[in-house]
Design a protein around this ligand. Sequence first.
Ligand SMILES: [Zn+2]
Length: 432
Amino acid sequence: MNVSKITLSILYLFLSCTPVNAQFSFGSYALQHVNIIDVNTNKILFDYTIVINKDKIADIIPSNKYIVNDTVQSIVLKGKFVVPGLIDAHVHFATDPTEERRDHAEKVLKEMLLTGITSVRDMAGDARALSGLSRNALIGDIVAPNIYYSSLMAGSKFFSDPRTIATARGGLSGKMPYMKAVDSISNMQIEVAQAKGTGASGIKMYANLSNREVVKIVEEAKRQNIPVWSHASLQLAKPSEILASGVISVSHANMLIYENDKYQDLINSWGNHQPGGEEKEFWDKEFEKSDFSGLYNLMIKNNVVLDATITVLTLQKNFPKKAWVYEIGKRIIQGAHKAGVLIDAGSDSDQETFVQHEMKLLVSDCGFSPFEAILAATKYSAQSTGILATEGTIEVGKKANLLFLNSNPVENINHIDDIFMVIKNGMFYNKK
Ligand SMILES: [Zn+2]
């Protein structure tokens, strides 16, 4: 046998003999006879070969056109399906980063990577902790997805929130470069420069900001070339104002309700109604009272991705008076999806469940096909984060971030858990 060929059985042997956090990479190798879930053409490309060189995808060709050569090691993966590495567009790993939290974060991040999540977007936390985790993940010091994190801006009112005090430990809440109180007289040039200096990949607008402040932040961020992510409502600035400002994603579908000036009356009247079941008709009728098509159109026109977070909306069902968050939020997601809004997959679930759960909920509750749920957790999560140029699809020149499955996830979204192996930045990982 040609020594440059590593057969599937040897790969199995290698993977099964190595410890849980096993990782290895070859340099150049060809993954032969795989079925590619192509999120660009929305088709399955059967029996293709993906050539990987170091950390990037070097070639993608039909297997019958691939010529085996001695400089590229071959791995036969007949019958396997491959999707782009999954991206969770909404996590929180350093809200209160004590020693214990770092241990916990590392443990969860490892589990995430081994289930096929190759990147995450952290949507507010202590950047001093996140930058360390991010660096360790990037160079392979810890087994973890690539970590992209935010620098948060909000009105001063928000900074009495206990989470912001925990995140600013050792400093002053509202005065940290990664978590700042801003207002209309803030020097945005300096505020944005400091936010960028934390190593953040985006600015997250969180709460208590007016439209005037939103416009100033986004304009300056554009000038300094850092994307802006936002909550879908900022109490003062309305969803439509945020969507017109130049942000690239908005989080939490339920927050679009705040476009309607009558929302407070509506929410009060919804307080005593239970989720779903016998009340389905009630929620259907209430949803009809607001027209969200203008907001959907704004998202489409301005290329804003909706970071819907159905997982965390589902959790609200357990709280009294909060059924509406799920019932109205779910209907907004369904409507946005039907209208053609791009929706990513962000779990925001504090590591209780991963993005695969979000994908399954998009299918079971929000009218997505399994293929559409895969698109959400790959291409659109990458677009939402601002990393589509390097991740989120299986394309020549992009990072070799790939999830190999034993069964077809397009037939059944539960197959997303039928993991064979994961490749992140060209490194192989396998749970067994
Ligand atoms: Zn969040």
